[in-house]
Ligand binder design. Structure first.
Ligand code: SF4
Length: 468
């Protein structure tokens, strides 16, 4: 079997908001371009870099932060290590000086209005999120590279677009839930064990464990930061952060976190806290995308609340199981809102959290499968139509609702012993078919649905393309 190996670190990556397709992917592409220039000793010869943006990346434009992400990437900043508090100053300096330090080491002229070129009415044939970097030495083109930001922060160079993906040797390859469950049965192992065994083929054991713990800590930290940060989110919609208010009310009414009547509100507050951090451009973990980043952490925090003595090992199992489920969607459908609508982002995150919660709650394989299936089944057809192209309305609230649904899906699956009528592989195929049949206006343009009829979009023709 030669299944593509997707690591937990591909699916859960530490980055900044608001969009994995429109922030994280373009930033990674800029760094990848710098790396090629450096590898071929071309950096010093560069006098100008132009970046052409196509399709939804062009439509997103300045309002969605793609321009800033590209500039930060050209400067050599990486999404997982940049300090969000330096971003405003770094960008200010470029606007004043009309120059950048390419890859942090070579000064070239750069004016965002001239050197970032938006082709709003053109889409490259391979994918809606295309961007081309060209390095010039005066009039001569030194090199030109085209990348696609395909969801969840993943980027693909144009020469690799039709390749099935990087083949990393690993002991338990799987593309489908059926193959994954076969490994579990044959090895008498859990989904998390299988995922971990594959990770160990790619990295030393201590590195895997430390890396997953770092993800866990970052997820829980982003909840705390969001719960304690008040204010208005950027972008012009004047959306107030709601998580701190919910949190203050919960502290008053349920300080011990033990009243069943408040469970949903805690979940809402946790998920919304993360997504408000994302909308503010702060640090979060993609899970599996930025726009859906609140669901997996919220359910993990719920686990910590309900089992105060929970060990890191259990939380690692939770994250590994969630990642295994996400990898099935990535391989057989897509986790990109541009391709699948919101079912591919919030729906997938709900499925991940539901299956993972069932697994660490003692569910057998069928119950885990059933939980993941239920988590997606009731998101089928969910459109992506955020107002003004900002990852705020309905995205933030939608994460809270989906976190509650994930817990509900796990509870329902755990309450029954019966085999699920619909298998996880079938629901993934259904999601893909539904996404492919969905009108483009509901999955990448903000020109329809809530964005069109809410009465809140500032100018229906100038909205940004949503993607997270
Ligand atoms: S509505 Fe669109 S932008 Fe918002 S979370 Fe869903 S996929 Fe992301």
């Amino acid at each position: 079997m030669t299944a593509m190996g997707i690591s937990i670190f591909d699916l859960f990556s530490i980055g900044i908001g608001p969009s994995s397709s429109h922030t994280l992917g373009p930033m990674r592409a800029a760094n990848a371009f710098n790396a090629l220039l450096r590898a071929d000793n071309q950096l010093d010869a560069v006098t100008i870099v132009t970046v052409e943006l196509y399709g939804s990346l062009a439509l997103t434009g300045k309002g969605h932060g793609t321009d800033k992400a590209i500039i930060l990437g050209l400067l050599g900043y990486e999404a997982d290590s940049i300090d969000p508090s330096i971003i405003a100053d770094a960008l200010d300096k470029i606007n004043k000086n009309h120059s950048i330090q390419l890859a942090g080491e070579h000064t070239i002229a750069f004016e965002p209005d001239r050197h970032l070129i938006y082709y709003s009415h053109q889409t490259l044939p391979q994918h809606t999120n295309g961007l081309r970097f060209t390095a010039w030495s005066h009039e001569d083109c030194l090199r030109s590279e085209t990348y696609f930001s395909v969801g969840g922060g993943f980027i693909v160079h144009e020469t690799d677009f039709n390749c099935p993906g990087e083949h990393r040797p690993h002991p338990y390859p799987f593309d489908t839930a059926a193959e994954l469950f076969d490994h579990c049965q044959n090895q008498n192992s859990s989904i998390a064990d299988i995922m971990m065994a594959n990770e160990y083929a790619w990295r030393p054991e201590n590195e895997v464990r430390e890396g997953v713990l770092r993800i866990k800590n970052m997820m829980l930290e982003s909840i705390q930061t969001g719960l304690h940060t008040e204010g208005t989110l950027p972008g012009g919609l004047n959306v107030e952060r709601r998580a701190p208010t919910l949190y203050a009310r919960l502290l008053k009414n349920d300080p011990g976190k033990n009243k069943a009547v408040h469970v949903f509100t805690w979940l809402n507050a946790y998920a919304m806290a993360v997504n408000e951090e994302n909308a503010a451009g702060n640090r979060i973990v993609t899970a599996p995308t930025n726009g859906a980043a609140g669901i997996v952490p919220a359910v993990m925090q719920y686990l910590c609340d309900t089992c105060p003595d929970i060990s890191d090992d259990i939380l690692l199992q939770y994250l590994l199981t969630a990642a295994a489920i996400a990898s099935l969607y990535k391989k057989k459908a897509s986790i990109s809102g541009a391709e699948m609508g919101c079912q591919g982002e919030v729906g997938v995150a709900c499925s991940m959290a539901a299956g993972a919660l069932a697994a660490v709650s003692g569910g057998n394989l069928r119950q885990v499968e059933n939980a993941a299936e239920i988590g997606m089944e009731h998101h089928l057809g969910l459109t992506c139509d955020p107002i003004a192209g900002l990852v705020q309305i309905p995205c933030i609230e939608r994460n809270g609702i989906a976190a509650v649904q994930a817990v509900n899906a796990a509870n329902l699956a755990l309450a029954e012993e019966r085999c699920c009528k619909i298998r996880l592989d079938n629901i993934i195929a259904t999601m893909r078919a539904t996404g492919e049949a969905m009108s483009t206006s509901f999955k990448e343009t903000s020109l329809d649905g809530l964005a069109k009829y809410s009465g809140l979009s500032p100018d229906p023709l100038s909205v940004n393309v949503p993607e997270c």
